[in-house]
Design a protein around this ligand. Sequence first.
Ligand code: RB5
Length: 151
Amino acid sequence: MKLAIGADHGGYVLKKEVVDFLSKIKNIEVVDYGTSGPESVDYPDFGKKVSEAVSNGTADRGILICGTGIGMSIVANRFPKVRAALCHDNFTARMSRLHNDANVLVMGERVIGRGVALDIVKTWLETEFEGSRHQRRLDKIEQIERSVGGK
Ligand code: RB5
């Protein structure tokens, strides 16, 4: 699986931890889109890079981190075919895969600790989409996307 990851200054410390964690998992190729330091940057710039990669198929999945996760979620869900889920715990991570087939995981470094975040990542990567009635609902989201001018 090709996984794109990005953060702003509010999320770069946790991003480093997540990249380390992912480097120990087989069959995951991580592409890090930055940022890589504490200097203040604008989260839309980094959210765009990762979301574009998922939207156009360059990456299979994405992970975005900012201070709260809110800004990155807003950016990511503007992109066609991106289903970004802001997760704060294992339950939301699992459900975001089972019911929503989330292809971008968003977390807030100022909201959750390292242990919870890595647990979320593990669950999110290991949980498969349930399909069936949930696929029908995702199809409706795509219809809405098309009707408001997406691709
Ligand atoms: C940066 O200070 C902060 O606003 C950003 O990381 C994020 O939380 C925005 O939603």
